[in-house]
Structures are given as C-alpha cells and as structure tokens.
Design a protein around this ligand. Structure first.
Ligand code: PHE
Length: 339
C-alpha cells in the first residue's frame, strides 16, 4: 500500500488531486482505514502487529501529504512570478485620487466668476467680533451674535496673527461675509471678489446641518452698481451651475449688512426629482451704506451687491446627495463617485 501511495503522490498536480490521493489511502473510505476494520477479525497475536504496521504507514503518509500541498503552493508561486513580473517594465501608476466634491464645487463657482473679472479672495477663519459682526452693521444684541449660534473663543485667548480692532472676543467666523470687510479695507473700491471658505456655527449635526461648513462670498462694489446687476449675475451663475434653462427669483428678506436684502430661489428643468420647483438657495442684497462707511468707502460714490452661497447645499443639489455628513466621513465609496 505504502509503495503505491509513494508512486501516486508525485503525480498530483493540484491541491485537489493531492486531497484525493490522500483520501484514497487515509480518508474514511481509504485503503488503510479499510484495513483497520479487519483487525478485530484477526488472531489476538496478530492484532498488535498489524495495528502497528498500519500506524507506521499512516505516520509516513501524513507528512508526505503536507509536503505535497507545500510543493504545489511553491510551484504555483514560481509560475506566477515567472509569468507576471518583468522587472524591465515601468512600474504601474499610483492610483489617482480625486478632488473632494466640495473642492470641485468651490472651483466651479470661482471659475464661473473669474470668467467675468472677479478675483478669488481669502481671509482668516478665526475672526474677531468686529470683522464678523460690527463692521457688517450687525448690532451687539443681534441674535446671530448669541453664544448659542456663534463659537466664541475664551476671553483671554491670544491669537498673534489676527489683530483685534477694539476690546472684543475672538470667534470662528459664522459666515464668510467677514472677508468682504477685510478685502475692502485692503483694496478699497472698486472691488470684485469671490471668496470661498469655511464657516462655523454652533449647530447640532444632522442630515442638513454641520457645525463646520463652507460658503462662497461674492462682493462687487463700483460706481452705479444696481439691483439689476445682482439679478443678472445670479441668473448667469445658476445657468452655469444648473443648466441653460435655470431661472432665479428674489424674495424680500433681511440681513444687517445689505439693504435691500433677498432670499434667492432658483428653478431648473434639469434637476431630477426637484425639476421645475423653486428651491431656496441663498441670501443676497445691495451692500448697506453703513458697511461701506465702516471701511472708508463713500456710499455717495459707490454702491454694490453681495451674496453668500452655501457650498454643501449647492453640491448636494448638483449631485442629489441627501445627507451633508457624507462630505466629512471620508468614505472612499462616496468620494470615488466624483472622479
Ligand atoms: N452671510 C449671510 C449668511 O451667512 C449670507 C449673505 C451674504 C447675505 C452676503 C447677504 C449678503 O446667511
């Protein structure tokens, strides 16, 4: 039996062939197993002799089977190496990442405005009350300044690269409108900027709210800028973003830093489930004369418009994303859809 086994095993070329050779000898229906079953029919004297022989045969077979499996694994690897590795070939490219959908949205909107002469502006995320509120004509008792809405820094916080205007608190900017102030102080008028950036609010996180989100601020100040200019630029932007048939409408609203102020709704036939329905999207208005005065621009000479657009909201509408938290979870299954 053993010599037959020794002849059969080297013939096995695959793991399953090894398994069937092994089964034919030591499996439940194998030759050695069958032999064990006749032991009780033997003479009492012969039983231990035969039993011992069978055991020796089993002990010989088992390591040989293990080695046969190892041999087949080695042969498989050697074959793969020979066939697939040509060290003279250039190495495969690293897989390319993709821009985050929020970055893509920001770049898209900034691109739309660069085409019509706007410059991208940025300013600090960490702000002071003056830049975020006072200069924007937002009085000290305005609800947006409540500690329930705005994330303030401790009174004794010291931030070397952001200068305080007066005795005031540092905060994480609750909107990008503070960039309007910094840009106008730096450049004066006329000015045309598009300013993407982070904003922070003390919001409870859910499908549509995040304590850390992104806005794009737009500001245009020049001689004789009128409400029709604002309406025209909004129409242009929404056509670029949501298709040539997109429309906008303005509804009266209120912001301390614009007068008059509006909510913008837009509508497009290319919006899937939301097609041809007014969708509330953002706030805008004509820059309040008090804001211009606060930055040393004469409102008798200059006028302008401003708006603030939520980046997450636009990206969610553009891609039918139903939960804002997808943007921050870093789940590759989500992110890879935007390549
Ligand atoms: N800052 C406002 C907000 O965050 C949006 C806005 C910007 C409105 C500019 C008017 C003009 O809601």
């Amino acid at each position: 039996i053993l010599s037959r086994f020794k002849a059969a095993l080297p013939q096995a070329q695959t793991a399953s062939e090894v398994a069937s050779v092994s089964a034919a000898f030591v499996g439940p229906n194998g030759e050695l197993t069958a032999l064990m079953k006749i032991i009780p029919t033997l003479d009492a004297k012969e039983r231990p002799v035969v039993g011992k022989l069978i055991n020796v045969a089993k002990k010989t077979i088992e390591p040989m089977v293990a080695e046969a499996y190892a041999r087949i694994e080695r042969e498989k690897m050697a074959k793969n190496l020979g066939a697939k590795v040509d060290v003279s070939l250039p190495a495969p490219d690293f897989p390319k990442g993709t821009l985050h959908p929020l970055t893509q949205t920001i770049r898209k909107v900034c691109g739309i405005f660069r085409k019509i002469g706007f410059t991208v502006a940025e300013a600090t995320d960490l702000e002071t009350e003056w830049y975020c509120f006072d200069a924007l004509n937002t009085p000290a008792d305005h609800p947006a300044r409540d500690a329930q809405d705005t994330l303030f820094m401790p009174k004794d916080a010291q931030i070397a690269n952001v200068k305080k205007h007066s005795d005031e608190l540092y905060l994480l900017r609750s909107h990008t409108s503070s960039v309007q102030i910094r840009a106008m102080l730096k450049e004066g008028a006329p000015i045309r900027i598009i300013a993407p950036g982070r904003a922070f609010r003390r919001d409870t996180v859910d499908a549509t709210h995040s304590a850390n989100f992104h806005q794009i601020e737009c500001l245009y100040i020049d001689k004789g800028v009128q409400l029709t200019d604002l309406k025209a630029v909004l129409d242009y932007m929404f056509k670029e973003l949501f298709g040539a048939k997109a429309k906008t409408r303005l509804r009266p609203s209120f912001f301390p830093f614009t007068e008059p102020s509006f909510e913008v709704d837009f509508m497009s036939p290319d919006m899937g489930r939301l097609s041809n329905r007014w969708i509330e999207i953002m706030g805008c208005g004509m820059v309040d004369p008090n804001v211009l005065k606060n930055v040393g621009i004469d409102p008798e000479i200059y006028s302008g418009y401003a708006f603030g657009l939520g980046v997450e909201r636009v990206a969610m509408l553009m891609h039918s994303i139903d939960d804002i938290r997808h943007f921050y979870a870093n789940d590759l299954r989500f992110l890879r859809q935007f390549s």
